[in-house]
Design a protein around this ligand. Structure first.
Ligand code: C5P
Length: 230
């Protein structure tokens, strides 16, 4: 699995994806999320893999253990590199998911979403009724993901350092919420630059609108790649 910035292909149609990918003449690491997958299904995976790209299938599964196990067993049959579940589904759900995935795809990595990077601590306290700091909530989710033997977590770059301190280096920290100084933050609440994400210990960054909505996505991708690689 590469560690170039993961481009979030948050488009509605395969035509838009194809048009976007055709701008690039190098292997990329891309992310397919629910917007694209739920409308276009496995065709989407085929298109990305035929072009030789690495793939993070970001479906954030969260259901009873047996259902997540079956879903991950099925999805593992596609040529995916990285996939995720919500840590809030619990240890048993994560273990069952991992078992399902490993039975059909021994190489794909499974990570857990901790708290979405669009969530503020105030929202977490009032809407999820988790009465701790957001950092403690994220560390707790990362700890249970580790107990379930997952490969890492999705978290804000601002939390990567804490997770490394609690769990060690050998754990993926895949971090969305990346913006350059000139970008809008959109709906993201906890954002950082690529350099800061790297300093804070992210192992992978996910970048969507900063690249996909830029007037020159290829130039913007290379700028982010350069800043991420240092
Ligand atoms: O456009 P932007 O860079 O904000 O896109 C971030 C991507 O990362 C989106 O596809 C979003 O669904 C995803 N994501 C996130 N926060 C998480 C997990 C995934 O923003 N905790």
């Amino acid at each position: 699995m590469k560690n170039t910035p993961i481009i979030a292909l948050d488009f509605a149609t395969l035509e838009e994806v194809e048009q976007f990918l055709n701008l690039f003449d190098e292997p990329l690491f891309v992310k397919i999320g629910m917007e694209l997958y739920l409308q276009n299904g496995p065709e989407t995976i085929k298109m990305v893999k035929e072009k030789g790209h690495d793939l993070f299938l970001d479906l954030k599964l969260h259901d009873i253990p047996n259902t997540v196990k079956g879903a991950l067993k099925g999805l593992g049959k596609f040529d995916i590199d990285l996939i995720n579940v919500h840590a809030a589904g619990g240890i048993q759900m994560m273990q069952a998911g991992l078992e399902g995935l490993r039975s059909s795809n021994p190489n794909a990595k499974l990570i857990a979403v901790t708290q979405l990077t669009s969530t503020t601590e105030a929202q977490m306290r009032s809407e999820q009724n988790i009465q701790s700091s957001i950092e403690d909530a994220v560390i707790h989710y990362a700890e249970i993901a580790k107990q379930a033997e997952l490969d890492g977590v999705v978290c804000s770059p601002l939390e990567s350092q804490l997770i490394t301190e609690h769990i060690g280096n050998d754990f993926l920290k895949v971090t969305p919420g990346i913006r350059l100084e000139s970008d809008k933050t959109h709906d993201q609440q906890r954002v950082t630059t690529p350099e800061d994400a790297k300093k804070l210990g992210s192992t992978h960054i996910v970048v969507g609108r900063s690249i996909t909505q830029h007037e020159d996505p290829v130039a913007r991708y290379h700028e982010i790649l350069r800043r991420w690689k240092g």
